[in-house]
Design a protein around this ligand. Structure first.
Ligand code: ARG
Ligand code: ASP
Length: 723
C-alpha cells in the first residue's frame, strides 16, 4: 500500500516538475534551436533561431546591447541610434541638467548630430559570440575531490580559456558559471565608449507617475530615451572624439506600428541581472522574513527624509532626484516581493519540492551518499548565516548609504595613492568633489546620517558595533539620554569634517602639499575615523563570515541543482539570470490582481490625462501633451482613434531587462520593456504565470512623442517603420 502511494506521489512529482509553466524562463540564445524554437513557433514566432542568435550572419543579438552597467538597449536605425528607458538614461540626463538647462524637467532633443551630448563613462556592450566551455572548465575535476580543490582547478582552467580567447584581439573576454557551477560559457564582447544623448522626453512624460506608479499596472509612463553610438572612422570603438562618426550597425530593428492584441506572441531579448529560482525553503524564509523587512524599513526612513526636503526646495529636488529614485525602486520592489511570496505560499511550496526530492534521494543508495545531507546542511547553514547576512545588509543599506561615508572612502584612497601619482590623484579627487557637491545638500545628509546610524546601532547586532558606538554607553553614565548623545555626535561629526564643506574642501585641495602633515588634517576628522571604524568592523567581523557561509552554500547549491536536474530528466531547466543575454517569450495578456478585478492588457493617453493633477509633481504633464490629446493629433500612431501607451505580457523578466526590445512574431520592435507589475515582483524567486507580467512601453507612443510632441522628425525618418 505504502509503496503504491509513493509511486503515485512520484508520478505526481514528475508531472508537476516536468510541466514547464507557461512562459516562465530566461533562455540561453545559443540553445534556442535545441530547446525552445518549436515552442516559440507554436506560440506565434515566425522566424528561425538563427535570426535571433547567429555567428554566421547578422542576427538580432547584433542589435541588442548592455547599456551602461545595468540596462539593455537596442539599435533602431542604420546610424547607430539606440533606444532604452528614460530611467536607464536618467543619470546621464541628470548630469547634463542644472537649474539653467533642466533637461530632466523640460526634456532634451538634439535636432542635429552636432547637438548630441557626450557622456563620459557611458558604454554599450555587444555580444560577439558565446560558447559552451563546460568541458574545458571542468577538465580534470572529479566528484571525489574536495570542493576547494575543484574550485582551484576550475579557476586555472578558466584563466586558460580566457587567455586563449583574448589572443590577438581587444575584446572583453569572460567565462561565466551557469546552474551554480554545473555549466560554463565563454563570452566575447565588444565595448563602445562614445555614447551620446540624443533625446529624452520631460520627466513628466518619461517618468510620469514617478515613484507612485513605479512597479504598478495600469501604467502610463513614457519611459524611454534615445542615444547614439559613435565609432572611429573604421566603425570601431573609440574614446570620445569630435572626429568620431555615428556607428554603422550590421543589424537594427525595424519598428512596427501595427500594434498588439491579446494573446499575440512577444519576445524580450536582453540582459536580466539576477534571479534566484532554485533557492531552498530556508533561503526563501530568510529573505522574506528576516532580511527584506529590515531593508524595507531602512529605505523607508531614507525616503521620508529625502522627500520632505525635496518637496520644500526645487534645487534639492534636482540634486536628489536620481538618488531618490535609486533608493525607492527596490524599497517598493521588496514590499511587492514579500507580498507575492506570501500569497504564493512560497516557503511551503519550496518545502513540498524538498520533500519530494528527499523521497527521490532516499530511493537509492548512491543518491543518499551524494545528496543525503544536502537539505539538513542547508537548514543549518542558513540559520548560522542569517545574523551575518543581516549585519552585512545593515552595513551596505545603512552605513554605506551615508553620503559622507562615500566621500571619506574617496579621501582614503586619495591618501593611499597620492604618494604614487600626486597630480593625477589631485585631479581625480577634485573631479569627484565637483560632482559630489553638485548634488549634495548637507542638511539632508545630516538627517539621513543620524537616522541610519541609529538604525544600525539598534538592529545590526551587538557583535558588529565599532568602538565608536561605546559613546552611547560612556555618555549614558553622565545621565545623557541616547537622543542627546546622538545629536551631539552628529553635530560634532559635521562641524569638524572640513571636506564636507565645499569651500573648505577645495581650499584644502588647492593647498595640498603631499605629506603626512596634510594627510593628518584628513585623518583626524570625525568622518574619516567613522569610516575607518566601520570598515574595520566590516572586514574583521562581517565579510569573512558572509564569505565563509556563501561559499559553503554555493558548494551545496551546485549539488542541489544537479540533484534537481537528475530527479527531473524530462524538465527543461533554465539557468538563473546572471547578466548574460537571454530570451524570454510569452504572450500579451490580461490578469486578475484580486478576486473580481480584471486588468486589461493596454493603457491609453486618456488614462494619462485622467491622472493629470498640476498640484502633484508626478502627475503634472506638459500643456503640449494635453493639446495634442484634445486635438487627437496622433498621426499614424493611433489605433481606432486612441493613443496606446503601455501594454503587458507574460514574459519572464527582471532588473537589467529594462530597455530591452520587445519583439513581435516577425522580429519587429513593438515596444521597450521597462518594468513589472507589483503583484508579480516575486518572479525573481518564484514565477506565477497567473500574476507575473512585464510592462512594455508601446513603440507607437515613443514615436508619437518624438514626432508629434517634440517634432524631432529626423529621428523618425532614420528608422524603418513597418505600417
Ligand atoms: N521599477 C523599474 C525597474 O526596476 C523602474 C525604475 C525606475 N523608475 C522609478 N520611478 N524609480 O527598474
Ligand atoms: N525596471 C527593471 C529594470 O530597470 C526591470 C524589472 O525589474 O522588471 O531593469
Amino acid at each position: 500500500m505504502i509503496k503504491k502511494i509513493t509511486s503515485i506521489l512520484i508520478a505526481i512529482l514528475i508531472l508537476t516538475f516536468s510541466q514547464i509553466k507557461a512562459d516562465e524562463g530566461m533562455w540561453i540564445p545559443l540553445f534556442l534551436k535545441k530547446y525552445n524554437i518549436e515552442d516559440m513557433k507554436k506560440k506565434g514566432f515566425k522566424l528561425t533561431a538563427e535570426d535571433i542568435y547567429s555567428i554566421n550572419k547578422a542576427s538580432m543579438k547584433d542589435a541588442v546591447m548592455i547599456f551602461g552597467g545595468g540596462c539593455t538597449a537596442e539599435i533602431i536605425s542604420d546610424r547607430g541610434l539606440i533606444l532604452t528607458n528614460h530611467h536607464c538614461g536618467y543619470s546621464s540626463i541628470q548630469s547634463h541638467s542644472s537649474l539653467e538647462h533642466d533637461y530632466l524637467t523640460n526634456g532634451f532633443w538634439a535636432m542635429s548630430d552636432k547637438d548630441e551630448l557626450p557622456n563620459e563613462g557611458l558604454t554599450v556592450t555587444f555580444l560577439v559570440r558565446m560558447e559552451d566551455v563546460t568541458s574545458q572548465v571542468l577538465n580534470g575535476v572529479s566528484d571525489e575531490m574536495s570542493y576547494d580543490e575543484q574550485e582551484k582547478i576550475i579557476a586555472k582552467n578558466i584563466e586558460k580559456v580566457e587567455g586563449k580567447a583574448q589572443k590577438g584581439n581587444n575584446y572583453k573576454i569572460s567565462v561565466k558559471s551557469f546552474f551554480y557551477g554545473n555549466q560554463y560559457f565563454l563570452f566575447v564582447q565588444k565595448v563602445y565608449k562614445d555614447i551620446r544623448l540624443v533625446g529624452a522626453p520631460p520627466s513628466s512624460i518619461g517618468k510620469f507617475g514617478g515613484d507612485t506608479d513605479n512597479w504598478m499596472w495600469p501604467r502610463h509612463t513614457g519611459d524611454f530615451s534615445l542615444f547614439r553610438i559613435y565609432a572611429n572612422e573604421n566603425n570601431e570603438p573609440a574614446e570620445y572624439s569630435e572626429n568620431n562618426v555615428p556607428y554603422k550597425p550590421i543589424k537594427h530593428f525595424p519598428v512596427s506600428i501595427k500594434g498588439v492584441k491579446k494573446n499575440d506572441f512577444t519576445m524580450v531579448f536582453g540582459y536580466p541581472g539576477r534571479t534566484q529560482e532554485y533557492l531552498t525553503s530556508y533561503a526563501v524564509d530568510m529573505i522574506k522574513n528576516k532580511i527584506n523587512p529590515h531593508r524595507i524599513n531602512i529605505r523607508q526612513n531614507i525616503i521620508d527624509i529625502m522627500s520632505e526636503d525635496m518637496e520644500k526646495d526645487r534645487a534639492v529636488r534636482i540634486k536628489y532626484a536620481s538618488k531618490y529614485a535609486r533608493v525607492s525602486n527596490y524599497w517598493k520592489k521588496w514590499i511587492g516581493e514579500n507580498r507575492g511570496l506570501e500569497i504564493l505560499n512560497a516557503v511551503a511550496k519550496k518545502e513540498e519540492t524538498e520533500k519530494q526530492l528527499t523521497e527521490w534521494i532516499n530511493k537509492d543508495e548512491d543518491r543518499i551518499a551524494k545528496y543525503g545531507n544536502l537539505l539538513p546542511d542547508f537548514k543549518k547553514l542558513y540559520s548560522e548565516y542569517t545574523p551575518y547576512k543581516l549585519a552585512e545588509e545593515y552595513f551596505y543599506e545603512a552605513i554605506w548609504r551615508m553620503e559622507s561615508m562615500k566621500f571619506s572612502s574617496k579621501m582614503a584612497s586619495f591618501i593611499r595613492n597620492s604618494e604614487k601619482d600626486k597630480d593625477a590623484e589631485i585631479e581625480k579627487i577634485k573631479k569627484y568633489g565637483k560632482k559630489f557637491f553638485k548634488d549634495y545638500n548637507v542638511s539632508t545628509d545630516k538627517k539621513i546620517f543620524k537616522t541610519l546610524l541609529k538604525l544600525y546601532y539598534e538592529n545590526a547586532g551587538s557583535d558588529f558595533q565599532p568602538e565608536l558606538m561605546n559613546m552611547f554607553k560612556t555618555f549614558s553614565h553622565f545621565d545623557l539620554d541616547e537622543e542627546t548623545i546622538l545629536n551631539n555626535y552628529v553635530d560634532y561629526y559635521f562641524e569638524n569634517t572640513f571636506y564636507l564643506n565645499e569651500d573648505n574642501f577645495f581650499d584644502f585641495i588647492e593647498k595640498y602639499n603631499y605629506g603626512s602633515e596634510s594627510n593628518i588634517k584628513i585623518t583626524e576628522t570625525p568622518a574619516y575615523n567613522f569610516f575607518y571604524d566601520f570598515v574595520n568592523v566590516y572586514y574583521a567581523k562581517i565579510k569573512p563570515n558572509t564569505e565563509k557561509y556563501t561559499s559553503q552554500i554555493n558548494k551545496k547549491t551546485k549539488l542541489y541543482m544537479r540533484a534537481l536536474m537528475e530527479a527531473n530528466p524530462e524538465k527543461n531547466f533554465y539557468p538563473d539570470a546572471n547578466s548574460t543575454l537571454r530570451v524570454a517569450y510569452g504572450k500579451v495578456d490580461t490578469y486578475e490582481p484580486r478576486d473580481g478585478v480584471l486588468y486589461d492588457y493596454y493603457t491609453t493617453l486618456s488614462g494619462v490625462i485622467a491622472k493629470v493633477n498640476p498640484e502633484i509633481y508626478d502627475y503634472n504633464v506638459p500643456d503640449r501633451l494635453i493639446e495634442l490629446y484634445n486635438k487627437k493629433d496622433y498621426g499614424k500612431y493611433a489605433e481606432n482613434g486612441k493613443m496606446h501607451v503601455c501594454f503587458i505580457a507574460s514574459n519572464h523578466t527582471t532588473g537589467g531587462n529594462s530597455g530591452s526590445p520587445v519583439i513581435n512574431g516577425n522580429g519587429e520592435l513593438i515596444g521597450v520593456n521597462f518594468d513589472r507589475n507589483w503583484e508579480g515582483t516575486m518572479s525573481d524567486i518564484m514565477y506565477n504565470p497567473d500574476q507575473c507580467r512585464n510592462i512594455t512601453l508601446d513603440i507607437r507612443y515613443v514615436l508619437f512623442i518624438i514626432d508629434k510632441f517634440a517634432g524631432d522628425k529626423r529621428l523618425v525618418e532614420e528608422m524603418d517603420i513597418v505600417e
